[in-house]
Structures are given as structure tokens and as C-alpha cells.
Ligand binder design. Structure first.
Ligand SMILES: [Zn+2]
Length: 220
């Protein structure tokens, strides 16, 4: 029997490409529906509206969002009664399945789980990019569940999971390409990062150097 292992690199790379290219994502939290519109042809439709079109929403189960084919089109249906953070995560989870070319209907439990893990990782990376969290931490702010909930509009559960994976990251395992992505992402979201926590001493260093040079210039 084939066993499937989650391809974290693939999910991570895809999320990073969107973080870099998207014009809709300028900081966090961002509008999930606008981003889905920007990166795909998939339509988003609330359960309320689906109900009006006589779509059997009861068959969707208890998920906050579901990607399914209807009248020859792929649509993400979402339960507007659920809490916003859950809807946002679920919608990105669903678009992740599509972008990662997952098999939507699979009987293979092992493959199903691999796909779930991959797309959860993809959604988490988009909503709370690892690079920005590491940078915020380096600037001296503690990354707590409450901080992620309020600054990134995610659920407590998603925030807790993020912190767990964050503590397992070994930056030295990053390839050169991945590190390049990290730098570009930090550059793009500099304003957002500064609004959370200004970089430590970045100006002082130049000031000091300037003054020291002036001092040196007066020596001769
Ligand atoms: Zn799924």
C-alpha cells in the first residue's frame, strides 16, 4: 500500500507566492473573498444564498465552508452563521485543495489526511505568515494566542496550532530559495510589521555611524 506524506514545502511555497504577488494582501488581516477572486475563478456563495437557489446545503455537513461543483462550476459555499475567523480559515483551506490539485473525492483515508494537513498548513501560512511571526518575535514581541487572534483575525484553535508549529521551525533547514522568499515577504509587509512593533534600533545604528564618522573627520 502506498503511504502518502504531506508535502509541506509545496504548500508553503504556494502560500508564499500568493503572499508576494497578491495586490489584495497588503497586511493582516486581509479580505479572504477578495483574494480568492484575485487568484482563481472560483465563486464564493453563502449558505443563505445557496438556500434560495434550492441547493441542498444540509448535505454540506458541519464545515464552515465547502468547495463543490454546482451547475458545472466550482463554488465555495460558506456558512455565514459561523464565526468570521473560522469562515476565513475554511475558505482558504478549500481554495488550498483546489490550488494544490487535490483529489476532492477520495476513499483513501491516508491520502485524505495528507491533503487535509497540506491545505491546513497552506491556510495557516497565508493568514499568519511564519516569516512575519519570526520577525515580530525577533523585534521583541511575544507571540501569544491572544495576539494572533486579535492581530490576524484567526480562531483560538488556529492560533494555538500556529504557535505549536512555530516552535518547531529550524530556520537553518531553509533552502536558499526559501530564504530569498522570506526576505521579500518581510520587505513587502514592512509597514504592517512596523505597525505591530517598530524594528529595534534600526535608525540609531545609522545615527551613531554618522556621528562617529563626523568625529573621525575632525581628527585630521
Ligand atoms: Zn479539506
Amino acid at each position: 500500500m502506498v503511504t502518502y506524506k504531506p508535502d509541506f514545502r509545496k504548500a508553503y511555497k504556494l502560500a508564499n507566492e500568493i503572499l508576494l504577488k497578491s495586490r489584495e494582501i497588503k497586511g493582516f488581516p486581509f479580505s479572504v473573498t477578495k483574494v480568492i477572486k484575485e487568484i482563481s475563478d472560483i465563486q464564493c456563495c453563502s449558505y443563505d444564498r445557496a438556500h434560495k437557489y434550492d441547493i441542498d446545503i444540509e448535505s454540506f455537513g458541519s464545515d464552515a465552508a465547502i468547495l463543490t461543483e454546482y451547475a458545472g462550476r466550482l463554488i465555495i459555499f460558506y456558512n455565514q452563521q459561523d464565526i468570521q475567523p473560522r469562515i476565513r480559515f475554511s475558505m482558504l483551506h478549500e481554495i488550498g485543495h483546489y490550488l494544490l490539485e487535490h483529489k476532492l473525492k477520495t476513499e483513501n483515508l491516508n491520502l485524505y489526511e495528507k491533503q487535509e494537513v497540506e491545505t491546513n498548513y497552506f491556510a495557516a501560512q497565508l493568514l499568519m505568515p511564519e516569516q512575519t511571526l519570526i520577525e515580530i518575535q525577533a523585534r521583541g514581541k511575544r507571540i501569544s494566542t491572544d495576539f494572533l487572534v486579535s492581530s490576524f483575525q484567526v480562531s483560538k484553535e488556529a492560533a494555538r496550532k500556529r504557535i505549536e508549529t512555530l516552535n518547531k521551525i529550524k530556520p537553518e533547514y531553509r533552502t536558499r530559495d526559501e530564504k530569498e522568499f522570506d526576505d521579500l515577504i518581510l520587505l513587502k509587509y514592512k509597514m504592517f510589521l512596523d505597525s505591530i512593533m517598530p524594528a529595534k534600533n534600526s535608525y540609531n545604528w545609522f545615527d551613531d555611524e554618522y556621528e562617529r564618522q563626523q568625529e573621525r573627520d575632525t581628527w585630521c
